[in-house]
Write a protein that binds this ligand. Structure first.
Ligand SMILES: Cc1cc2nc3c(=O)[nH]c(=O)nc-3n(C[C@H](O)[C@H](O)[C@H](O)COP(=O)(O)OP(=O)(O)OC[C@H]3O[C@@H](n4cnc5c(N)ncnc54)[C@H](O)[C@@H]3O)c2cc1C
Length: 443
C-alpha cells in the first residue's frame, strides 16, 4: 500500500487535521503506539471489537520497496539503528521503523514456541498461546519452502535433527502484519511519521496529584498531545523501554523496565561458497533449522542449539552490504545471560561466559560434522525481548502494574524468550492480549 505524501493512509485524515472524536474518551478510544508486528494485530482486533483506534507509527515510509529482502543495509530508510555492546564489541541493532515494524525487514521465519517454553510463562499460557497462535496463523498463513542445497548439506550432517520452519512470504514478497491484519481496512486511523515522545499522565506527572496513576494519552515529538482512555504500547522491546523509562515507569517505582532482556547469541561459521550458488533467485533465507542439545556435563544445564543453514550469503538479501562469505549460523536458544535496554535506546547485550563456552563448543561440533575449518564471526539473532515482562512489569492482560490506562502488548512482555525466533510468538501473544482488552472493553 502506498502512502500519501502527508503521512496518512488513503482515505484517512492527514496529520494535524485528523478527525478527533473529541468525546469523553478523548481523541480516540484506544491509541496503539507502533505499527509493527504486535501493533497491527492489536489495532485490528480492537477496531473489530468496535473501538475507535488510532495507530501511531514513528516511521514515515509505508513499507520497504524491497519487500522480499532484509532491508537493514546501510542505505535503508525503514530502520532505526540502536547502539549496542556485546562484550568489548560495539555494534548496531537495526529495528524496523515502518508499518510492519521489524516484521517488514526480518528474516521472516515463523516457528511456534514449544510447550516447555510456555509452561514457564504460567499455567494459563499453553492454552492462551494456542488460541492466539491459531488466530495469528489464520491471518499470516506462513508457508513452508523446499529444502535448498545448503539446508540439505547441513541436514545430512545431523540425521533426524532437521525441522522445517515456515516463512511469512507470498512468492518472493514478504507478508507483514500490516499486510495480513490490514488495520486501516478495519477503520483504524493509521498515522505514519507520528513518533511518540512520552506518555501523558493525569495531573501532569507520573503518579498524578490524587492517588492512582492514570495514563491519559501521549505527546508526539512535535509536541502534539493526543488524549485517550487506553494506551497500548507496541513500540518493540527497545522503543517501549525508551517510552516507559522516559515517562517515569522505572525500577524506582517498582517496575524493572529494560532489565534482564533476552536474546539468542549467534556465531556465524564461514562455509564453502559454491553451495549457495545453486540457489537461484531470492529463496527464503531460512527454510530449515537443525536443533541440537549439548551434553549437560558439569555445567548444570543443557544448552540448546539452533543451526541455521542460510540459503544464500547475507549480501544477496541485505541491500548495500559488502560482499561477505556464505555463513551458517549457530545460535544458543536457552542462554543464561541477560542484557539491558537503557533509557536512551542503547542496548547492553548479555555476554555470559557460560553462554560463550556453550556456543564455541557447538560451533566446533558443527564445523567438525560439516568437515570445514572456516572463520567464526560473532553475531546476534535480533530476537531481543522481555523488557517489560508479564508477571514483573505487566499483569496477564498486559496492564502495567499500578497504572491505569496503560498496557504493553509487544515483544517486551514475553515472560521468557521461546527457544525459537520470537516473531510468531509476538503475534500470538498480541492476539491474546488484544482479546483480553476487547473482552474487558478497556476504553
Ligand atoms: C533484522 C531482523 C531479523 C529478524 N528475523 C527474525 C526471524 O527470521 N524470525 C523471528 O521469529 N524473528 C525475527 N526477528 C524478530 C522479530 O521481527 C521481532 O521479534 C518482532 O518484529 C517484534 O515485534 P514488536 O511488535 O515487538 O516490534 P516491531 O515489529 O519492531 O514494531 C515496533 C514498531 O514501533 C514503532 N515505534 C518505535 N518507537 C516508536 C515511537 N516512539 N512512536 C511511534 N512508533 C514507534 C517502530 O517504528 C516499529 O514500527 C528479526 C528482527 C530483526 C530486526
Amino acid at each position: 500500500m502506498a502512502l500519501g505524501g502527508d503521512g496518512a493512509f488513503p482515505g484517512r485524515p492527514a496529520p494535524g487535521t485528523h478527525a478527533m472524536t473529541g468525546g469523553p474518551g478523548g481523541d480516540a478510544d484506544v491509541v496503539v503506539v507502533g505499527a509493527g508486528a504486535a501493533g497491527c494485530v492489536v489495532a485490528r482486533r480492537l477496531a473489530d471489537a468496535g473501538a475507535d483506534v488510532l495507530l501511531l507509527e514513528a516511521g514515515t515510509a509505508a513499507a520497504s520497496p524491497r519487500a522480499g529482502l532484509l532491508d537493514i543495509g546501510p542505505d535503508s530508510r525503514v530502520v532505526a539503528r540502536h547502539p549496542a555492546t556485546l562484550g568489548d564489541a560495539v555494534l548496531e541493532l537495526p529495528r524496523g521503523r515502518t508499518v510492519g515494524g521489524s516484521g517488514a525487514v526480518n528474516g521472516g521465519y515463523c516457528a511456534p514456541a514449544r510447550p516447555a517454553d510456555l509452561e514457564a510463562w504460567g499455567p494459563d499460557w499453553p492454552r492462551r498461546y494456542a488460541v492466539g497462535l491459531a488466530r495469528a496463523a489464520e491471518r499470516l498463513r506462513p508457508r513452508l519452502a523446499p529444502m535448498g542445497p545448503v539446508a540439505a548439506w547441513v541436514a545430512a550432517a545431523f540425521p533426524g535433527r532437521v525441522a522445517a520452519v515456515a516463512q511469512a512470504r507470498s512468492g518472493e514478497r514478504r507478508v507483514t502484519a500490516f499486510d495480513a491484519w490490514d488495520p486501516a481496512g478495519a477503520g483504524v486511523r493509521v498515522r505514519a511519521g507520528a513518533a511518540v515522545r512520552e506518555l501523558s499522565w493525569a495531573g501532569g506527572a507520573v503518579g498524578g496529584t490524587g492517588g492512582a496513576r492514570r495514563c491519559v494519552g501521549v505527546a508526539l515529538d512535535d509536541d502534539e498531545e493526543i488524549t485517550t482512555r487506553q494506551v497500548v504500547l507496541c513500540a518493540g522491546t527497545i522503543g517501549t523501554t525508551v517510552l516507559l523509562l522516559g515517562s517515569g515507569i522505572d525500577r524506582a517505582g517498582g517496575h524493572p523496565v529494560g532489565d534482564g532482556v533476552q536474546e539468542h547469541p549467534e556465531l556465524l561459521l564461514d562455509v564453502p561458497a559454491g553451495l549457495a550458488a545453486a540457489a537461484a533467485g531470492l529463496p527464503p533465507l531460512l527454510s530449515h533449522v537443525v536443533r541440537l542439545e549439548l551434553p549437560e556435563r558439569e555445567r548444570g544445564w543443557v544448552p540448546e542449539i539452533e543451526v541455521r543453514p542460510y540459503a544464500v550469503p547475507m549480501h544477496r538479501v541485505i541491500p548495500g552490504l559488502e560482499e561477505a562469505p556464505h555463513r551458517v549460523g549457530v545460535a544458543l536458544m536457552n542462554p543464561v545471560g541477560r542484557g539491558r535496554v537503557h533509557a536512551d535506546g542503547s542496548v547492553h547485550l548479555a555476554d555470559d561466559p557460560r553462554d560463550a563456552t556453550a556456543l564455541a563448543e557447538a560451533t566446533a561440533l558443527v564445523a567438525e560434522r560439516l568437515g570445514i575449518d572456516g572463520a567464526v564471526t560473532r553475531s546476534t539473532s535480533q530476537h531481543l525481548s522481555g523488557a517489560a515482562r508479564i508477571g514483573e512489569v505487566c499483569d496477564d492482560s498486559g496492564r502495567v502494574h499500578g497504572v491505569e490506562g496503560l498496557r504493553v502488548a509487544d515483544a517486551s512482555v514475553l515472560p521468557a524468550l521461546p527457544r525459537c525466533g520470537p516473531y510468531y510468538s509476538v503475534l500470538a501473544v498480541a492476539e491474546e492480549l488484544a482479546a483480553r482488552v476487547a473482552a474487558e472493553r478497556a476504553w
